[in-house]
Ligand binder design. Structure first.
Ligand code: MG
Length: 203
């Protein structure tokens, strides 16, 4: 029986869509693709997730690496947290799960500064029984240690725990440890998936 519901944040409860966001500054789709792979898919960004690099430092690193793109990089770093908008239909589900008595947790690769930002902005982040944020814990998905940290810190039985993430390879370690999983793709109807697992009532 599932008792614990564990949520990823990015693209499960809070949007993270750099491509759509960058259309704010340019229509050059090729440039956007390049920028995304150079910045939000870079090693430096992973270090931000891991909490071993600060946002301020990261900005400096990118500016010195790509001086000819100074204005674009500055704009991005000034405004990127605007894209962290709540995904309302899934927050509604989270609230229903709380009311049904499930314990709820966060397991997310998230930059510390961004987590502080969303925590101060969105009250739903206070609804959780616990949270493992990569930037705080200095360990990231898909490293096994972060899943084990979640289970041990909150005394969770893997078989009683369901993990929801939009990235398939972040689900694999959870599955290996015995947790149930939902792959929340853009086309996924999360409510339906939760009904299939008898987590939400069938109506
Ligand atoms: Mg995500």
């Amino acid at each position: 029986m599932i008792k614990n519901i564990i949520f990823d944040l990015g693209n499960v409860l809070i949007n993270f869509k750099p491509y759509e966001f960058l259309l704010r500054f340019t229509n050059d789709k090729e440039y956007i693709d390049q920028f995304i792979s150079k910045v939000t898919r870079s090693k430096t960004w992973l270090e931000l997730d891991r909490g071993t690099e600060s946002l301020e430092n990261a900005r400096t690193i990118f500016l010195s690496k790509y001086p000819q793109e100074k204005d674009f990089i500055e704009q991005f770093f000034d405004q990127w947290m605007d894209m962290l908008a709540p995904i309302e239909e899934n927050i509604k589900i989270l609230e229903e799960l709380k009311e049904l008595g499930y314990r709820t947790y966060i397991l997310s690769n998230y930059i510390i500064e961004a987590f502080s930002y969303v925590s101060s902005k969105y009250s739903f982040l206070s609804l959780f029984n616990g949270q493992i944020i990569s930037g705080v814990e200095k360990v990231i998905k898909p490293e096994k240690a972060i899943y084990e940290l979640l289970l041990s810190r909150y005394n969770l039985v893997p078989e009683e725990s369901l993990f929801i993430d939009d990235i398939l390879f972040f689900l694999k370690p959870a599955k290996k440890l015995g947790m149930k999983t939902i792959w929340n793709r853009p086309e996924t109807d999360l409510r339906e998936e939760l009904k299939k697992l008898y987590v939400l009532p069938q109506n």
